[in-house]
Ligand binder design. Structure first.
Ligand code: SF4
Length: 134
C-alpha cells in the first residue's frame, strides 16, 4: 500500500478546505519575497496595506486583529496570488534537525505530502530570504 495515496499536494489546500481550517492565517509571520510584494501590489494594494518590517530584515505579512490582512470570512482574498511561503506551508525548515518537515503546528499536516520539488522550492525560497535576493 502506498502511504502517500491518501495525502494531498501542498498547493492543493484540500485538507484546509475539508476541515475549514485557517489556523496558519492567524497571527501570521510569513516572510515576503520581492516577487510576492510586486505580485500583490499589481492587484492594486499599496505595500503598507499588507507588509510590516521583519525583525531580521525584509518584510512579512501584516495581521489585523490577529488575522492575516488578506483573510476574509470566505478565505484568502488573494489565494491565486498568495506569497510563496503560503503556497509551501505546512512545509517548513526545521533548524533543529536541519531538514524540511511538515510543521507540527498544522493540525492536519499528516494529510499533506511534500515531494523533492517542493523541498527544493522551500530551500530556494529560504536562500533568497536569507541573502536578501528576495
Ligand atoms: S494550519 Fe494546515 S490545515 Fe490549517 S489552513 Fe494552514 S496548512 Fe491548512
Amino acid at each position: 500500500m502506498n502511504a502517500f495515496a491518501d495525502k494531498h499536494p501542498l498547493r492543493s489546500g484540500i485538507p484546509c478546505v475539508k476541515h475549514n481550517c485557517v489556523q496558519c492565517c492567524l497571527e501570521t509571520s510569513m516572510p515576503l519575497t520581492t516577487r510576492d510584494i510586486t505580485r500583490i501590489m499589481k492587484l492594486g494594494y499599496e505595500r503598507t496595506d499588507f507588509t510590516i518590517p521583519s525583525n531580521g530584515g525584509g518584510w512579512r505579512l501584516k495581521n489585523v486583529s490577529g488575522r492575516c490582512v488578506f483573510l476574509s470570512e470566505r478565505g484568502c482574498r488573494i489565494y491565486q496570488y498568495r506569497p510563496e511561503g503560503c503556497r509551501l506551508y505546512p512545509l517548513i525548515y526545521d533548524e533543529g534537525v536541519h531538514r524540511a518537515v511538515i510543521d507540527h503546528l498544522c493540525p492536519y499536516g499528516c494529510e499533506f505530502k511534500a515531494g523533492k520539488a517542493e523541498i527544493k522550492k522551500l530551500m530556494n525560497l529560504l536562500e533568497r530570504l536569507a541573502t536578501g535576493a528576495r
